[in-house]
Design a protein around this ligand. Structure first.
Ligand SMILES: Nc1ncnc2c1ncn2[C@@H]1O[C@H](COP(=O)(O)OP(=O)(O)OP(=O)(O)O)[C@@H](O)[C@H]1O
Ligand SMILES: [Mg+2]
Length: 194
């Protein structure tokens, strides 16, 4: 077997993706492959289509044409709930009426996981993002940086195969941003590599 054949298939395969909003073409011929364990950043000027691409991968906004394959499965037309990803947006987008605990547990509660197991997982996640003992608060009682950490904890709660981050640090001040950037790298280092 040649070395190429032995190499693992790419985890995420985006093929010839197009997205049009009416007459406006936001994504044109996007093709790329991302391997398991890779940390990839999309850079480009405002309005170039970064968010649109992430939303297509998440299934929040379907592409006009082209295909997306994740872990050997064609996910192009699956609804978000049937895809395997976690997402963190630029604005924290936590549920304001739910406690921090409930925010993190939100996805887990629909999986049939036992209550005690959910509580344990939430505690573990709160520790992971450096906010133990904050579970009973509501989002408005946390700082911006803390809320963004909770959004991160919520996104990784289900151990998704793919973590999509849409400028998750841009709303934070410089100091918190540097700190959280470091934490995300650490998280990837410990959990992301195959
Ligand atoms: N729902 C929509 N309807 C119409 N046009 C849209 C819609 N969403 C995005 N666009 C347009 O598609 C283009 C790409 O937008 P997108 O949000 O993907 O940019 P971006 O690269 O994420 O920019 P930024 O760095 O400012 O976040 C923009 O020109 C935007 O105006
Ligand atoms: Mg954007």
């Amino acid at each position: 077997m040649s070395e190429d054949n032995a190499k693992a298939e790419a985890f995420l395969k985006i093929r010839d993706l197009w997205k049009a909003f009416g007459n406006f073409v936001a994504l044109k011929e996007i093709s790329l492959e991302i391997n398991e364990g890779e940390f990839v950043c999309f850079l480009g000027p405002s309005g170039c289509g970064k968010t649109t691409l992430l939303r297509a991968v998440a299934g929040l906004d379907l592409q006009t044409s082209g295909s997306i394959e994740q872990a050997g499965r064609d996910i192009s037309n699956l609804p978000p709930a049937e895809r395997d990803f976690g997402i963190v947006f630029q604005s924290y987008a936590l549920f304001p009426n739910l406690t921090i605990e409930k925010n993190i547990a939100f996805g887990l509660e629909n999986t049939g996981m036992k209550k005690t197991a959910i509580t344990a997982r939430v505690t573990e996640l709160l520790e992971l993002v450096g906010l133990p003992d904050q579970g009973r608060k509501y989002p408005a009682q946390l700082s911006g940086g803390q809320q963004q950490r909770i959004a991160l904890a919520r996104a990784i709660a289900m151990e998704p195969g793919l973590l999509l981050l849409d400028e998750p640090l841009s709303a934070l001040d410089a100091k918190v941003r540097v700190h959280l950037r470091h934490e995300i790298k650490e998280l990837h280092h410990h959990h992301g590599h195959p």
